[in-house]
Design a protein around this ligand. Structure first.
Ligand SMILES: [Fe+2]
Length: 240
């Protein structure tokens, strides 16, 4: 199966934030991404988080998220939406997925490859991010033991998807507090073949032994920042 991947649309009404984020352009970019995924015959898409950015009022945030939802659902391609820190500091988890009417990350096996979804939208003390906000650099995967155990439960090769960064080549402030333990577990499992991440907007691609770490460049800061992962041929290609 071909899986469409993208990250960090940060869609909002604002034309420019943080000097380089073209937030308001992201909706059109997502339409282009889904047209490309359809042309490629993708059977699944994964949004690697931070679909949305704050707009100044919650009503406006809801309106913008619904616009994104409409692009995703009208594509007809099943999509898994991971929450990023901006999503989780704007919406509670329940409201976010209620607006989508689905799209929750549910693990599955495709072409003999386990797809494992992880969530680091938690503070180091284990508390879930909420719209009350907080320090985005304080991030953590709370179910580390269960996550690592899941890798050992079968002999099936796996790919891991999460918004935050486990790749140690990336700056520490982008990595969950327990990223080193996760990195060791992933690399020592002998099962994980690829880790797909967002969050670090420049993007990156690093290989450790047999494990490929791909960080998607941010949609809000790049053109054509969407990739297709072919689970059979095990290739990961940008759209251009
Ligand atoms: Fe992020």
């Amino acid at each position: 199966m071909k899986i469409g991947l993208f990250a960090d649309a940060h869609y909002s009404s604002q034309a420019l934030t943080c000097g380089t984020r073209r937030n308001s352009l992201s909706l059109e970019k997502l339409k282009a991404a889904y047209a490309f995924f359809a042309k490629q015959g993708c059977g699944l898409c994964v949004s690697l988080g931070d679909l949305i950015d704050k707009n100044g009022s919650h009503d406006e945030d809801v309106k913008r998220l619904k616009e994104v939802r409409d692009v995703i659902t009208s594509s007809g391609i099943e999509t898994v939406c991971l929450m990023g820190n901006h999503d989780a500091f704007t919406f509670g988890r329940e409201e976010y997925y209620r607006i989508f009417g689905g799209c929750e990350p549910v693990g599955r096996t495709i072409d003999g490859l386990q797809l494992i979804f992880a969530d680091a939208c938690y503070f180091g003390n284990g508390e879930r991010y909420t719209p009350a906000g907080g320090d985005w650099k304080d991030c953590f995967v709370p179910d580390e033991g269960a996550f690592l155990a899941s890798l050992g439960e079968s002999e099936t090769p796996a790919a891991v998807f999460l918004h935050h960064n486990i790749d140690p080549a990336l700056p520490e402030r982008y990595r969950p507090k327990n990223a080193d333990a996760l990195f060791r577990g992933i690399n020592e499992s002998g099962l994980v073949k690829a880790v797909f991440q967002g969050h670090y907007h420049p993007g990156a691609r690093t290989i450790y032994g047999d494990v490929l770490y791909v960080t998607l460049p941010a949609v809000c800061e790049h053109e054509n920042a969407y990739y297709v992962f072919d689970t059979k041929e095990f290739t990961v290609n940008p759209s251009v």
